[in-house]
Design a binder for this molecule. Structure first.
Ligand code: GDP
Length: 612
C-alpha cells in the first residue's frame, strides 16, 4: 500500500504490521526491518520535528512515534526479554519458583552493605566474617569469593544470612541494570563521627528504588566525637525513623574495628527480614540463580561464584551461565571446603564452566550438556550481533573520510585527553588552526588531563566524538565501554603526528596503512634486579597474550611513562617463554629500568589495516 508522501517522502505503510526492535535501535535498524532507505526515515523524523541521524540510537518514544506515522505496531524488546524468549524456546522459565505455596520453604536473606566511602563497609564485612564460628573451627581462612554465609542465633534458633562481599552501590546498581535482583536487604553503614554524606543518601535512593528494606549500622561508635543520636536524627529526613523514635527502621550501634555490636546487627537483619519480607523458595526444583563474580583461575580454569536463588545445585549438574556452559565439577564454599549441594541463598564457587561468565549473568541447571551449549551459543551469537550493530553506529575517522568523498559536509568532533595540561593546550591550539576550507569543521567538546575515563567515553557516545589520547591511556572500564559502543580512541605521543592525521582526515586524505593491534596487558606485581639485564617485572597477564619481541609501553595511573619499548625477555618460572596467556604469571623485561609495582605493561603490534 502506497501512502501519501510525508515530508516529501513516500514509503509503503505497514498496515498495522507488528515489528520488533531491540532497545536502543537506530533509524537504520528500523529501515532494515521494513526494507526502506534509512535516509527517508531521517527525513520523516525531520518532518515530525526531530533531528535524528540514521545511525544514532533513539529512545522508545521516537521509535513509537515513527511507527505510528508509518502504521507499524512497534514492540521494543529489552535484552532481558530476548533472553527470556530464548529460554522459553527451550521450555525453560527463569525467575519463578515452580509449584505452589506448599513447595516453598524459608530461605536466608541476601544482604548488601552500602554507605559512604570510609564509613567502614569493608571493615564491617570483615568483622561479620570473623564472627562466623563455623569458619573459625574449620581453621579455614575465609577467602573472598564474592559472597559468604554466616549463622547467628535468634530466639534460640540458628538463622543464616548471606552477605554479598562487594560493598557499595556500584555493584548493586550494575546488577539491577542487568535485571538481576539479588539483594533482599541493605545494611546501611553510617559513621557516627561523620554522619550522613552524599553516598549515604545515594544508597538510600538505590535501596528504595529497588524496594529493599534497610537496617542502619551506626559505625565507629568507639571514636571520640561519635554521635550516634545525630545519625538517627539526620536519617529521619530520609524516611528512616528509628524504632525508639516511633518508626520502623532498626538502628544498631557498632564498632566494626573492635567487633562490637555485630551480633545485634545480625539479629536486626533477621528480624527485619522476618517482619518485612516473605523469603521463600522451592528447594527441590532444578537450580537457578545469578553469577556474582567470576574469573579465570590458573590451574582450575574458569571459576564463578553463583548465588543459588531457587532449587538445589549439585555436583554433576549441567549448567549454563551467561555465555558459558558446562558441568559442575566441584563446588567450594567461602572456607575452601568442598560442598556437594547448594540450597537457596547459598553462594558457592563453581568449577567446570567452559568460559568466564559476567557478573549478573543468570545461571540455570539444564537437562544435559547439549542444551547448555545451545543456549550459550545462541547468547554468544546474539551478543556479537548487538556489538556489531553498535560498532556500525559510531563514526570513525574513516567514516568521515568516506562521507566527504560523497561530498557531504562534515564536522569532526573531538575529545582531547593528555598527560599534562600544557600538551593538551598545545594540541588544541594546533588543531583549531588547521584550515581546510568551509565544508569541514572541527569542534572540541572536552579537553582534560589524565586517563581517558568512562565519562569521556559516554560523552563521546552522545556527541558522536572521537577521543584523542596524548600520552594517556583509557582506564580499563573505559576501554571496555569504548569497545562495546564502538567509540574510536586514537593515541599519540608526538603532537605533529596527531596534527598530521587529523589534518589528513579533514582534507579527506586519510589512508592509514597500519593500525595498532593490542596484544595483551600485564600488571606488575614485583620488580626484580637481574644482573646484566636490569630490572625485570614479575607480572600477571590481565588480558590477551604477552608475546616475546612484541612492542610494549608502560602505563602508570593511566599515563604512558615509557613508549617504543619491546618485550626483550619473557619467562615462565625459570624457563624462557614465547608467549604467556591471560591469568598466568610471568617475568617480563622491556629493557627499561624505571618499572614500579602496579604499572601496566601493554603490548601491541602494528598491523596493516585492510582497505575497505
Ligand atoms: P569503606 O570505604 O566504607 O569500605 O571503609 P573501610 O572499611 O575501608 O574503613 C575506612 C577506615 O575507617 C579504615 O581506616 C578503618 O580502619 C576505619 N574504621 C572502620 N570501622 C571503624 C570503627 O568501627 N572504628 C574506628 N575507629 N575506625 C573504623
Amino acid at each position: 500500500m502506497q501512502a501519501p508522501a510525508i515530508g516529501g517522502v513516500s514509503i509503503p505503510r505497514g498496515g498495522g504490521q507488528s515489528i520488533r526492535l531491540p532497545r536502543g535501535s537506530s533509524l537504520s535498524d528500523f529501515a532494515d526491518k521494513i526494507g526502506v532507505n534509512p535516509a527517508s526515515l531521517v527525513q520523516i523524523m525531520m518532518h515530525l520535528g526531530e533531528m535524528v541521524t540514521a545511525t544514532q540510537s533513539v529512545n522508545e518514544e521516537t521509535l513509537q512515534l515513527l511507527g505510528a506515522e508509518l502504521d507499524y505496531s512497534i514492540q521494543v524488546v529489552s535484552p532481558e526479554d530476548e533472553d527470556r524468549e530464548l529460554l522459553e524456546s527451550f521450555d525453560i522459565e527463569f525467575g519463578e519458583d515452580e509449584g505452589d505455596d506448599s513447595d516453598l520453604i524459608a530461605r536466608p536473606p541476601v544482604v548488601t552493605v552500602m554507605g559512604h566511602v570510609d564509613h567502614g563497609k569493608t571493615k564491617l564485612l570483615d568483622a561479620i566474617r570473623k564472627t562466623n564460628v563455623v569458619a573459625r573451627e574449620a581453621g579455614g581462612i575465609t577467602q573472598h569469593i564474592g559472597a559468604y554465609q554466616v549463622a547467628t542465633e535468634v530466639d534460640g534458633a540458628e538463622r543464616k544470612i548471606t552477605f554479598i562481599d562487594t560493598p557499595g552501590h556500584e555493584a548493586f546498581t550494575a546488577m539491577r541494570a542487568r535485571g538481576a535482583e539479588t539483594t533482599d536487604l541493605v545494611v546501611l553503614v553510617v559513621a557516627a563521627d561523620d554522619g550522613v554524606k552524599p553516598q549515604t543518601s545515594e544508597a538510600i535512593d538505590h535501596a528504595t528504588a529497588a524496594g529493599v528494606p534497610i537496617v542502619v549500622a551506626v559505625n565507629k561508635v568507639d571514636k571520640e566525637g561519635a554521635d550516634p543520636s545525630r545519625v538517627r536524627a539526620q536519617l529521619t529526613e530520609y524516611g528512616l525513623v528509628a524504632e525508639e523514635y516511633g518508626g520502623s527502621t532498626m538502628f544498631v550501634d557498632i564498632s566494626a574495628l573492635r567487633g562490637t555490636g555485630i551480633d545485634a546487627l545480625l539479629e536486626a537483619v533477621v528480624l527485619t527480614a522476618d517482619a518485612e519480607l516473605d523469603l521463600r523458595a522451592n528447594p527441590t526444583q532444578s537450580a537457578q540463580g545469578i553469577a556474582i563474580e567470576a574469573h579465570l583461575d590458573r590451574g582450575r580454569g574458569p571459576v564463578a561464584t553463583v548465588l543459588v536463588q531457587r532449587g538445589t545445585l549439585k555436583v554433576g549438574d549441567s549448567i549454563v551461565c551467561g555465555q558459558a556452559y558446562g558441568r559442575v565439577r566441584a563446588m567450594l564454599d567461602e572456607n575452601n571446603n568442598p560442598v556437594s549441594e547448594a540450597t537457596p541463598s547459598r553462594p558457592v564457587l563453581v568449577l567446570g564452566l567452559t568460559a568466564v561468565p559476567g557478573a549478573g549473568d543468570n545461571f540455570l541447571v539444564v537437562e544435559d550438556d547439549r542444551t547448555g551449549r545451545q543456549i550459550a551459543d545462541q547468547r554468544t551469537a546474539r551478543a556479537r550481533n548487538a556489538e556489531m550493530a553498535s560498532r556500525r553506529a559510531r563514526r570513525t575517522l574513516e567514516d568521515l573520510f568516506k562521507d566527504m568523498e560523497r561530498g557531504e559536509t562534515q564536522e569532526l568532533v573531538l575529545i582531547l585527553k593528555g598527560d599534562v595540561s600544557g600538551s593538551v593546550e598545545a594540541l588544541e591550539d594546533s588543531l583549531v588552526k588547521i584550515d581546510v576550507g568551509e565544508e569541514v569543521g572541527l569542534r572540541i567538546i572536552r579537553r582534560g588531563v589524565g586517563a581517558i575515563t568512562q565519562d569521556d567515553v559516554n560523552l563521546a557516545i552522545t556527541g558522536d566524538a572521537i577521543i584523542i589520547g596524548f600520552n594517556v591511556r583509557p582506564e580499563r572500564n573505559a576501554q571496555e565501554l569504548a569497545d562495546r559502543e564502538g567509540v574510536e580512541l586514537r593515541f599519540y605521543s608526538v603532537i605533529y603526528q596527531a596534527i598530521e592525521e587529523i589534518e589528513a582526515a579533514l582534507k579527506g586524505m586519510l589512508k592509514p596503512e597500519f593500525e595498532e593491534a593490542r596484544l595483551g596487558t600485564a600488571e606488575v606485581r614485583e620488580v626484580f634486579k637481574v644482573p646484566k639485564i636490569g630490572n625485570v617485572a614479575g607480572c600477571i597477564v590481565r588480558s590477551g597474550t604477552i608475546t616475546r619481541n612484541s612492542k610494549a609501553r608502560i602505563i602508570r595511573d593511566g599515563v604512558v611513562v615509557a613508549d617504543n619499548l619491546s618485550v626483550t625477555s619473557l619467562r615462565r618460572f625459570k624457563d624462557d617463554a614465547t608467549e604467556v596467556r591471560e591469568g598466568f604469571e610471568c617475568g617480563i623485561g622491556v629493557g627499561y629500568n624505571d618499572i614500579k609495582i602496579e604499572d601496566t605493561i601493554e603490548t601491541f603490534e602494528m598491523r596493516e589495516k585492510p582497505r575497505a
